[in-house]
Design a protein around this ligand. Sequence first.
Ligand code: WT7
Length: 643
Amino acid sequence: MSEQSSNGQAIEVAAADSELYQPSPEAVANAVAPNYLQLRGEALADIEAYWDARAREMIDWFEPYEKVLDDSGAPFYKWFVGGKTNIAYNALDRHVNSWRRHKLALIFEGEEGDKQNYSYYQLWQEVNKFANVLKGKGVGKGDTVTIYMGRTPELMIAMLAVTKIGAVHSVVYGGFSEQALASRIDDAQSRVLITSDGAWLRGKTVNLKDISDEAVKRSSIVDTVIVYQRTMQDVQMTPGRDHWWHEEMALPIASPICEPEPMDAEDPLFILYTSGTTGRPKGVLHTCGGYQVYTATTLKYVFDLKEDDLWWCAADPGWITGHSYIVYAPLILGSTGFMYEGAPDYPHPNRYWKLVEDYGITILYTAPTAIRGLMRFGDAWAEQHDLSSLRLLGSVGEPINPEAWRWYHRVIGRENCPIMDTWWQTETGGFMITPTPVVALKPGSATLPFTGIEADVVREDGSTCEPNEDGYLVVKRPWPGMARTVWGDPDRYVEQYWSEFAQQGWYFTGDSARRDDDGYFWIIGRMDDVIKVSGYRLGTAEIESALVSHPDVAEAACVGIPHELRGNVIHAFCILNDGVSGSSDLVDALKLHVRHEVGPIAVPSELSIVDGLPKTRSGKIMRRLLKAQVQGLPIGDVSTLAD
Ligand code: WT7
């Protein structure tokens, strides 16, 4: 199958399903879970027994749970009811009390080449100290703390310190603007903001403190800002409100001992804002027990994590990928993780490959957009490096087109490294449809549901689709890593995820998919008004509401157009207010406005000024028509069009 990209070139979106990559016998023999395929059957036969066993194996509990799954309040499921635990304890303390005390937990390289290593003991100390700083600022169990920082170890330290004392973090990705940050601070009602002076990106600095100041001004609830000094640029410190991280960490209050707060399995752990179908930010809530069990189990089985691996998840901790697979799961499993601050192609397109060689990274997990972005520079940049330390590769965020898959496999993996194409979401907490090293691979397919996950592709009436028929991707049974609610808005949680198939009680993912004759899943893409741009999840509604908040815009609509490198790009259409005339200056001003309201990632690559928008008779914008028009495709059924 092929789709038209915006520049008219066809991109192959699915390989022939005859292209099969069998696991090597050694890979199977050495796998953490060689019997994974059999385990899948066993787990589904009794999901409670299966997750009970994983909960005992993966983490320590201060007090045992009484019940594995409570479905009496479905879709508000509860896992490991009555159990007491703490994620920072499982990530750090228990390793510090073991032979892993001096094992490396984290290896970091900054964009400018600066290096930092943390053993479990050192990371534990930093976390304890910062936890005590937070306590000194009045942060306690159940309080929310917003974190807005670049990709440095301190971001991880801040997250772990928050969870150690039972507070709830809301990490806002450093690429979001002042308005996006302000609305997330308000929604989470956090009094405390942790930020840094700036972050390095492509040799320049992003001024995070200025953006924070503006957001704090707009939100009015923040009374304490802690600022980590990274770039040393000039920033304005407001006396009484702003405090330097390094100064706080030098005070007597920053003691290196901090007992973990015992948390109920269903106490809030963190909020992570993601895009949905309305402009309002949607705070996905994960809880203390099930999330740990699920992320640790998935990482261990899928990426086959062994004691001597060097694991690099190249995402940002500001997204769920980073929460689950940079910060929490790798530490829970006691492994060594690698973190890199900057851009993949800085200062040259070989930066990732140089890092793999320099550190001897064994497992690399990144996104199709990064792979395609590096592929376009040619093979020589990778071939100049010794990549033989790699044994496994991973992909996440959007469907990986077979061409990029094959390049990743051949040039980066030297045909020796299976690729784990993991399908999951902010809401699922961890991998849902994914291979493991024992599963035969097809380029472009995320293969099979994980152990204990019952996924299906269904029609509108809930009947299962035939092989190769497109349908709704649903999950039919609960799993421990599932989101528990939308922060402060339980109705929205029900409406968003559990209303499409309410009768059957299934979780609707928002994605469409198909299954082939072997039962392999092929993810097609979002069915709702969510657009994936370079793997980033954006809602048409948030970009449209940013556009209409401009004084010259009366109405706006956005669509995602397929793009070779970025997966999709945004094309916006604006109707101007009476008396305003369109000009290229205005188009630039509108793009800049979106940059400030949402962030650089949301800026439309095309913006057309139009006189009208196609609508249904009930007044809904028909984005499908706009999309078809831009791509020069047939517009299909227009019977509901108003005129
Ligand atoms: C959406 C969720 C989960 C980490 C990053 C994204 C798309 C994600 C894949 C994949 C095809 C994928 C889906 C999903 N997606 N991984 N391997 N193959 N599509 O999390 O920002 O919550 O986005 O990303 O459309 O619904 P997210």
